[in-house]
Ligand binder design. Structure first.
Ligand SMILES: O=P(O)(O)OC[C@H]1O[C@](O)(COP(=O)(O)O)[C@@H](O)[C@@H]1O
Ligand SMILES: [Mg+2]
Ligand SMILES: [Mg+2]
Length: 347
């Protein structure tokens, strides 16, 4: 396969702290609290990266023997990553409350910093099924404002549309650790300098190409898909001799962070559609701490993100752990797959 990766944008390799200070002072894009909050999240990601990197030597592989609120077996690293994020933010996060995939209910911050005006939502370790086999995993996060006048934020305070996010991003713990961040003004990537111990800006204003020849989906679910979903994939699989008139390539890491990071680097479409395997579930991925932050990042990079029927960022959340179908990445493919669904609904 030819290398379709864009050349890295050359940027001044400033530290994450310096970048955030400039966003605050020169651009007025963020305030000091949000800057400090992002720095705390980044430090927690660095600690998680170190734990992931220790692997079997750190005693962190394998199951924790417990289940989360969604009935999924927790890995030791799911629990540890959650604790790291919790501990870091409880004492230095400038937060009102936080919520996580691994906790049933939101966690209000004890002895709240007087001006703590933000809510943090995260998937502490995304791609858990890949931990024990040494494949990239990551952390996904989203920052919302605590609604005005709410002193004890509960689940209701978190149920805000994705358009209300003030920051979002992820860290991917791969061959290098990369933190990707949006503050609503483009998407920037910071690579962890393992010797110096800090994140350094390595790419600015990342953009996702509008067109792509690569798709990411778990094909083993094909028999459970809705007809428009099958139509879209059948056309890709038909390649040169089919209606699309060209061949498409497939990748599926099964860690959303790694699949999204590839799309941010060289384009592609990622789909986790609604399927009829378990009709009570509208999708597999979680709206608040997987779909929304990734949709914000992808849109800020010029891509698109839908549920197959509507824009993800416009979905009104009803529950903290709500699931949604996810279609995101290169704009023209996401729009086509979405159109197939809306046309099928209308006919
Ligand atoms: O195992 P499947 O069905 O391919 O699902 C993979 C998907 O599940 C997830 O692992 C869910 O995330 P968690 O590991 O945080 O539960 C996504 O990262 C990934 O896209
Ligand atoms: Mg996840
Ligand atoms: Mg997870």
């Amino acid at each position: 396969m030819s290398d379709t990766s864009p050349s890295p944008v050359s940027v001044k390799p400033v530290s994450l702290s310096r970048f955030l200070i400039e966003e605050q002072r020169s651009k007025g894009q963020i305030n000091a609290d949000l800057r400090l909050l992002i720095e705390v999240v980044a430090r927690a990601c660095k600690r998680i990266s170190i734990a992931v990197g220790k692997g079997a030597l750190g005693g962190v592989l394998g199951s924790a023997g417990t289940e989360n609120v969604q009935g999924e077996t927790q890995k030791k690293l799911d629990v540890l990553s959650n604790e790291i994020l919790l501990e870091a933010n409880e004492w230095g996060g400038h937060l009102a409350a936080l919520a996580s995939e691994e906790m049933d209910d939101p966690h209000p911050i004890p002895n709240r910093y007087p001006k703590g005006e933000y809510l943090l939502v995260f998937d502490p370790l995304d791609g858990s099924s890949n931990i024990d086999v040494n494949i990239s995993v990551g952390t996904i996060f989203s920052v919302l404002r605590c609604p005005e006048g709410v002193t004890e934020p509960d689940e209701q305070a978190f149920l805000q549309r994705g358009t209300r996010q003030v920051a979002a991003g992820y860290a991917v713990y791969g061959s290098s650790t990369v933190l990707v961040l949006t503050l609503g003004d483009g998407v920037h990537a910071f690579t962890l300098d393992r010797e110096q111990g800090g994140f350094v800006l390595t790419q600015s204003n990342l953009t996702i190409p509008e067109d792509t020849g690569e798709f990411a989906i778990n094909m083993s679910n094909i028999r459970h898909w809705e007809p428009p979903m099958r139509r879209y994939i059948d056309e890709l699989l038909a390649g040169k001799t089919g209606p699309r008139g060209r061949d498409f390539n497939m990748r599926w890491v099964a860690s959303m962070v790694a699949d999204v990071h590839r799309i941010l680097t060289r384009g592609g479409i990622f789909i986790y559609p609604r399927d009829l395997k378990d009709p009570s579930k509208p999708g597999k991925l979680r709206l608040m701490y997987e779909a929304n932050p990734m949709a914000f990042v992808v849109e800020q990079a010029g891509g698109a993100a839908t549920t197959g029927r509507a824009r993800i960022l416009d979905v009104k959340p009803e529950k903290l752990h709500q699931r949604v179908p996810v279609f995101l990445g290169s704009r023209n493919e996401v729009e086509r797959a979405t159109r197939y669904h809306t046309e099928a609904d209308a006919s």
